[in-house]
Design a protein around this ligand. Structure first.
Ligand code: ASP
Ligand code: MG
Length: 473
């Protein structure tokens, strides 16, 4: 089954009439070279936020902005239909479908207003509407330029568990259904245009794969079909060495390995949803990130992890630098913790009970403290959970205190070659020292593909810029 390409368009790539036309043209061009093309799309940019904000407001009893949001969504979607769908009958039909979905959205919000509650399940039903609207319009726009296309809700074939808002796919069931739904269309040279982000439980309840999950949808579909290549169309020229808003000399990396990109995504580079890579790598499928607004740029190719065998060329050492802002370091300290088994397990159990994920952990070998980062907004609930979990130890002074810093940033340098290159961390720290950046904590990823440092928030730019200088031109 050679020649299958999955292309995913992000929210900005379908965000207005011009972008949507551009995306459709990209599909047409790809269709000229690939016999089988599957399109996955996000909601138009901003739609998911609008939908979810309205739902949570409604659950608090605030319906004051609902009509405004309904009108805004209707106008934004209709503007694209008016501009890019040529057939009047098709236009009318699409507008009717969009109006139906927006009225569905209004009803769901009003129901939440009455109940005073927004369950994860109800939130997924609301959030899914953004993609359900965008696929219909994109399919219409693609058809308008002469390519056979069909909108398909991925609820028909992405089967997940019932973890609403962060559902996990059942790959076996998804494989069978995806092939059954998409192959007949592909066999007839029709381009399926399917919803990213959403799936359904075996009982048919709509789920979502987590915010930003459309990339993951493309990875899943690519893996189960299987496709030869998965291309992620976004609004930047691929994966960059740093955020260009912070580092003007940042540039596109022509290639990056799977483990490097996973590390980058985990540490704040918003190029690719972190879960996307795994299913694709496992199947040996090609993955590329490219720019809808600069489609001739080659973008970034994902390549298998480098087998460096100790012979790393210089350019592989430091490849990219990221920053995650608005974190706080939580410290649990006390001499009574020395050698006591289970303290860390209890600490992280308490953190997990608040639903917080921990991006970075450091422990001094003296075992007198445990220190980790959490997003700033989670610091207060995490501290209370820890105080509850260690109430007895705090009472007995085995633990002296549990405290949080002010806002800090986590700076991460990524590069697979670092593991075989002596002295990289030395260079990293002297570079920071030369630029008067004080390092509050350090963690090295166990994969040795990255080194992360915690710095004060006012040092974020200086840290990123100075570390970017270590990237060999
Ligand atoms: N529309 C969804 C979101 O905003 C999924 C995505 O864009 O990938 O989170
Ligand atoms: Mg997105």
């Amino acid at each position: 089954m050679a020649g299958t390409l999955v292309m995913k368009f992000g929210g900005t790539s379908v965000g207005n009439a011009g972008a949507m036309a551009q995306a459709a043209q990209i599909v047409k061009d790809a269709r000229a070279e690939w016999p089988r093309v599957v399109v996955v799309t996000s909601a138009i940019s901003g739609a998911t936020n609008l939908l979810l904000d309205s739902a949570t407001r409604a659950a608090r009893g605030d319906l004051s902005t609902l009509v405004e949001v309904e009108t805004l969504l209707l106008n934004n979607h209709e503007a694209i239909i008016n501009a890019q769908v040529s057939d009047p009958a098709r236009q009318a039909q699409l507008k009717q479908e969009i109006a139906r979905m927006i009225s569905n959205f209004g009803s769901l919000c009003r129901a939440m207003g009455v109940l005073g509650e927004a369950s994860p399940r109800a939130l997924d039903a609301v959030a899914s509407l953004g993609e359900r609207m965008s696929v219909r319009i994109l399919a219409g726009v693609i058809e308008s330029i002469g390519v056979a296309a069909r909108a398909v809700d991925s609820t028909e074939f992405i089967i997940t568990n019932t973890t609403f808002q962060n559902a996990h796919p059942d790959f076996d069931a998804t494989t069978i259904k995806t092939r059954a739904v998409l192959n007949p269309l592909l066999d007839e040279s029709i381009v399926p245009v399917t919803t990213g982000f959403i799936g359904a439980t075996p009982d048919g309840a709509v789920t979502t794969l987590g915010r930003g999950g459309s990339d993951y949808s493309a990875g899943i579909i690519g893996a189960v079909l299987p496709a030869d290549d998965v291309w992620i169309w976004t609004d930047v020229d691929g994966v960059m060495t740093a955020d260009p808003r912070m580092v003007p000399e940042a540039r596109t990396l022509p290639e990056i390995s799977y483990s490097e990109v996973a590390e980058l995504a985990y540490y704040g580079a918003k190029v690719l949803h972190p879960k996307t890579v795994r299913p694709v790598v496992d199947e040996g499928i090609g993955l590329r990130i490219c720019n809808t607004f600069n489609p001739t740029h080659p973008g970034t190719r994902l390549v298998p992890n480098l087998k460096t065998n100790g012979k790393t060329s210089k350019e592989h050492v430091v490849k990219a630098v990221t920053a995650i802002r608005k974190q706080r370091m939580i410290t649990i300290e006390g001499r009574g913790m020395l050698g006591v088994p289970g303290v860390a397990a209890r600490a992280f159990g308490a953190v997990a009970s608040t639903g917080t994920s921990v991006p970075l952990i450091t422990q001094a070998s003296s075992e007198q403290s445990i220190c980790f980062a959490v997003p700033s907004e989670s610091a207060a609930p995490v501290l209370s959970a820890l105080e509850r979990a260690f109430a007895a130890e705090l009472e007995d002074n085995d633990i002296d205190r549990v405290w949080a810093t002010e806002d800090v940033s986590i700076i991460t340098v990524v590069g697979a070659g670092m593991r075989h290159t002596p002295g990289v961390s030395g260079r990293v720290f002297s570079q920071l020292g030369d630029h008067s950046v004080n390092v509050l904590a350090i963690a090295q990823g166990s994969s040795e593909v990255s080194i992360s440092m915690v710095v004060e928030s006012q040092d974020t730019e200086a840290a990123v810029r100075s570390l970017h200088e270590l990237i060999v031109k």
